[in-house]
Write a protein that binds this ligand. Structure first.
Ligand SMILES: C[S@@+](CC[C@H](N)C(=O)[O-])C[C@H]1O[C@@H](n2cnc3c(N)ncnc32)[C@H](O)[C@@H]1O
Length: 231
C-alpha cells in the first residue's frame, strides 16, 4: 500500500480489557484533535469493537492510525480517524438512511448502524466477493443483523433502497459517480475521495433543490474505486 507503512503481521497478544482501554483512548484522541464532535458518533465508536473487524494477524494494531489489509483485492480497513472524518461533515444522525460504497471490513457499516439507530437504514455495497464475505462474518458476529450488505458495483449505488440521506464512498474516484448523486435525497450529503492532481481530495457534496454544492475538505489517500466508474 503506497503511502502507508503497514506493521508486520503477528500473533495477537492483547486482552479485551486492553482493547477497550485503547478504544476509549482513541475516542479521546479523536475529540482532542477535532475529528470528533457529535456525541452520537462518539458513543458509536465506543460501542463497536474495531479489533473484531481486523484480520487476526493485524488485530493488535486495531487502534493505530494506519489502514490494515483485508482479504480481497486492494481492500483495507481505513484508519480510525477516517470514520469521524467522513461521518461528521455528512452530519450522520439518528434515523438517517445511509449508503456506504466499499464495505471492506464491515466496521464503517457497524459504526453507522450504531449512529442511525433502529429507525435508520444502513446499506453497504462491496465489489470484491472475498472482502464481502469477510465483512459479512464480522458484522454478523458483532450482532448487527439489520445491516444490508450487497455484492455489486457501488458506483451504480443501490437504487432499490434509495433515496439516501447520506452516502459515503470509501474508495477514490475520478469523479463522483452520477448514479450516487441521483440516489441522494434533496438536502442529503455525499462524501468521498476524488483524484486531484497527484493526490486525492476528500469531497463533500450537498444536494439542494437547485443543484449540487461541492467543496474539498482535506487531502486523503484511499484505494482506487473499481467497476464502471473506476479509475
Ligand atoms: C478503504 S476500503 C473500505 C473500508 C471500509 N469502509 C471499512 O470500514 O472497512 C475500500 C473498499 O472499497 C471496495 N471497492 C472498490 N471499488 C468498489 C466498487 N466499485 N463498489 C463497491 N466496493 C468497491 C474495495 O474492495 C474495498 O473493500
Amino acid at each position: 500500500m503506497r503511502g502507508w507503512i503497514v506493521p508486520p503481521p503477528r500473533e495477537p497478544t492483547k486482552s479485551s480489557e486492553r482493547f477497550a482501554a485503547e478504544r476509549a483512548a482513541k475516542v479521546r484522541w479523536l475529540v482532542r484533535h477535532g475529528y470528533l464532535r457529535s456525541e452520537r458518533i462518539q458513543q458509536a465508536l465506543l460501542a463497536v469493537p474495531r479489533e473484531d473487524f481486523v484480520p487476526h494477524p493485524y488485530r493488535d494494531y486495531a487502534y493505530q492510525e494506519v489502514p490494515l489489509p483485508l482479504p480481497g483485492q486492494q481492500a483495507t480497513i481505513s484508519c480510525p480517524h477516517s470514520y469521524p472524518l467522513f461521518y461528521e461533515p455528512l452530519g450522520l444522525a439518528e434515523g438517517h438512511r445511509f449508503l456506504e460504497i466499499g464495505a471492506g471490513s464491515g466496521y464503517g457499516a457497524a459504526v453507522a448502524r450504531e449512529v442511525v439507530g433502529p429507525d435508520g437504514l444502513v446499506v453497504s455495497v462491496e465489489i470484491d466477493p472475498l472482502t464481502l464475505e469477510f465483512a459479512r462474518k464480522n458484522v454478523e458476529r458483532a450482532g448487527y443483523r439489520d445491516v444490508v450488505l450487497v455484492r455489486g458495483d457501488g458506483g451504480l449505488g443501490y437504487p432499490e433502497m434509495s433515496p439516501y440521506d447520506c452516502i459515503s464512498i470509501t474508495a477514490a474516484c475520478g469523479e463522483i459517480p452520477a448514479p450516487l448523486i441521483e440516489q441522494l435525497r434533496v438536502g442529503g450529503r455525499l462524501i468521498g475521495p476524488v483524484y486531484a492532481g497527484e493526490g486525492q481530495d476528500l469531497v463533500l457534496l450537498e444536494k439542494g433543490a437547485k443543484g449540487v454544492q461541492r467543496r474539498a475538505i482535506c487531502q486523503v489517500l484511499y484505494v482506487p474505486l473499481r467497476g464502471q466508474y473506476g479509475v
